[in-house]
Design a protein around this ligand. Sequence first.
Ligand code: AKG
Ligand code: FE2
Length: 234
Amino acid sequence: MFKPVHLYRGKNYIEPGFSAQAILLNSTLPDTQCASDALAENGYVVLPNFLTDTDAMALYDYASNLDDAQWQIAAVGRQQLQTINTHVRSDKIHWLQPEHSLESAYLAHMDNLRLRINRELFMGLFDYESHLAKYRPGAYYKKHLDAFKGRSNRVLTTVLYLNPEWSDTDGGELVIYGTKGEVLEELLPTLGTMVMFLSDTFVHEVKVGSRERYSITGWFRHNTSISGIIDPPR
Ligand SMILES: O=C(O)CCC(=O)C(=O)O
Ligand SMILES: [Fe+2]
């Protein structure tokens, strides 16, 4: 298992002049070896305490204080094929941008993880895109794959959960299915827990929950760019 990771030291993240870069240089990355082994063997891995409660709470506080204007209705599909289909998913999302220090800190942290995974598993992960997601009570995301073989450059999905004191009566589980439709995992979206799985292999869904549910979903991608245009951009 990963040791708890420190994204931020002490209370630095709320100080003016906060420099994500400086703080990340002081941070310790998890020992990725066990996670890599599990990923190589099973194609997915669950990492409780991927972040410490303090670090995950900083992200939770940030997400839960974002105003409505910062959230957009999540679309299904990519590029021109994107449609708003609330029968499939009813969450709201906020794409992470490097311009914001806390978002940037998380992106930089995941980029370090990308390099570690590449070193250990030779996955050739090229970049990472990521968004916060908010599921209101009653929201869901029906069974889907994040990528279709040969039609997407999303390789490895990551979901970090940001919900303090989530109990099994709150619902909102992530269900991961095996190739025969069997349930492999039913995960509560508990604060600091990370799950990673191969994007084109595991059908999964988010069950209806009775509380507001926050997470950060992201995808490590391959570079399938042509003429310098990363394809497809989101
Ligand atoms: O929040 C989760 O547990 C999974 C979200 C998901 O499947 C997605 O955004 O593609
Ligand atoms: Fe998904």
